[in-house]
Design a binder for this molecule. Sequence first.
Ligand code: P71
Length: 473
Amino acid sequence: MTHINPQTMGQQFGRRSWAEPWKIKMVERLRMTTREERERALGEAGFNTFLLKSDDVYIDLLTDSGTGAMSDQQWAGMMLGDEAYAGSRNFYHLETAIQGYYGYKHIVPTHQGRGAEHLISQVAIKKGQYVPGNMYFTTTRLHQELAGGIFVDVIIDEAHDPENLNPFKGNIDLGKLETLIRREGAGKIAYVSLAGTVNMAGGQPVSMANVKDLRALCDKHGIKLYLDATRMVENAFFIQEREAGYANQPIAAILKEFCGHTDGAWMSAKKDNLVNIGGWLAVNERVLFEELRNLVVVYEGLHTYGGLAGRDMEAMAIGIAESVEDAHIRSRIGQVRYLGELLTDWGIPIVQPVGGHAIFLNAKAFYSHLKQIEFPAQTLAAELYLDSGIRSMERGIASAGRDAKTGDHYYPKLELTRLTIPRRVYTQAHMDVVAESVKAIFDARAATRGLKMIYEPKYLRFFQARFERLSAK
Ligand code: P71
């Protein structure tokens, strides 16, 4: 060793360090694998990280969905499950938590986010209506389309540019939305579908100013505004950090104010709400609620459990309260940001600014020698797994699917590989291992070959598609 200049994480970036507002009570062993074992596992999985067995994975960054660690309080809550078929007391705790923290009036529990998406899409979309939104999310758009809706992306152009530093890249372009309303007429718009920290754009937030303007525009035309609240607490953090007037407001207050500008929300509680399973729908309008409450019994379960056990609802109610604590959200996003700062410093192309839940590697820039149809983001996920057993997720051409009318692939501008950080699970040392592995495959990128798809399922193809490595040219 020639030179040692040890620095803490904070010192490396010229600031004081933060640390997690919790300590660890229980640990889960991880299995380490050899390169040969990983070659075999990836081959069997058809180069698709969704098809790997989790026992073959070392650090699992596939998703932050349902992969978080619950607190001792939440585990204690699990023991308080009231497993009555009807009227479980845990449902009323959950209802009170959602009403208190998100501010909506009527609550319908669902087994997870897509259960809620299904219900709201079936009830609020008439065949042939448009559903404008701030970039698509796979399950959200599919449910809107299955209900006969036509999704229209009205996010600001900057969102499609991985290098653009706009602090609120999740914003809706009001001009684009107004053009659609003028062209088609307000009656042809089912509702505006707004998501907090836009997943597919890199976890990019929506500003309070944008939701206020949207509210005014929707009111002018008599259009409803519904929110995908899945990562809305993370969105509130960015408002606190970046938007004038919010620096001294608690996260809980910002969250409630934001939701107050919308007519209702659907939720995958597996993210912000710190549970392993669960979701909900919440609306203010009584008539709509009655319809949703009627439909939930067809697809999910009775309206006081929606496909969940009583204990799951209790854990969710407690998780909601924990999720809006400022110290929690600061350390959660701080960890994501730490990984982002390392990679940025090393010149590795990632989506900027770093968003709330993940680092998105810009696979197009990473493997600039690959064509998009050679699946650069899928290739990157495969190489990262082979190097170190880290599992990531493709968010590019495979995820985008095909145009239902023409049958052609969608060619999304963003071709990304997502390193998604579970909440309260991994340490800073894990982040260092991840960063070094990304650098190793970046340094070896010139020799990397792409993939071809050899099996393609009809719906949400990325989950089960299989690939093969292209032979050397
Ligand atoms: C994520 C997921 C889970 C997922 C879903 C589909 C493909 C791959 C992974 C789920 C979301 C989400 C947003 C913004 C609704 C859902 C569906 N995300 N809205 O990012 O991010 O919720 O999974 O509970 O059904 O890995 P659900």
